[in-house]
Design a protein around this ligand. Sequence first.
Ligand code: HEM
Length: 148
Amino acid sequence: MFRSIQQTMIISCVGTVLMMAGCSGMEPAPSGKSLYDRLGGRPVITGVTDQFVANVVNDTRINVRFATTDIQKMKGQLVDQVCMVTGGPCKYTGREMKPLHAGMKITDGDFGAFVGDLVAALDQFKVPAQAKNELLGLLGRMKKDIVE
Ligand code: HEM
């Protein structure tokens, strides 16, 4: 039996849509919005990063490591990095994670403390659980380049 041109077009369009959904690497967010937007965009990312870095600077488990760091500059680089990896309109221009942290002998415990300081800041800003967990997942992928 022959299909009409319209039927054939509908079938091939549906096929293309399913294929694109299957091929795209990223899980589409339920709302279709980027993680950057669901976090609250640049204002929230900047506020969270300010609080996060303040937490790190007060965290006696790891703050000695940042004793000679230009904190303002690092804050700006963290904002750009988070903005970029979450799909926002920014470009991270800092150093790559591996060479940057190489030789610092960062342990699992240090990494946990650092992420804990971020979680505290995200909670303070009442970032929704789904967006928070997605961000932590993205940063967790960098762990292999940071912990020695
Ligand atoms: C996912 C986790 C991490 C991310 C995304 C991250 C990201 C960054 C970024 C963007 C910078 C500034 C970049 C630049 O100067 O070009 C930086 C600097 C730095 N990071 Fe990390 N970092 C992470 C984990 C850690 C941990 C766990 C420690 C140690 C406890 C650490 C120690 C440092 C230090 C000491 C600097 C400053 C280096 C300097 O003064 O030149 N980082 N990090």
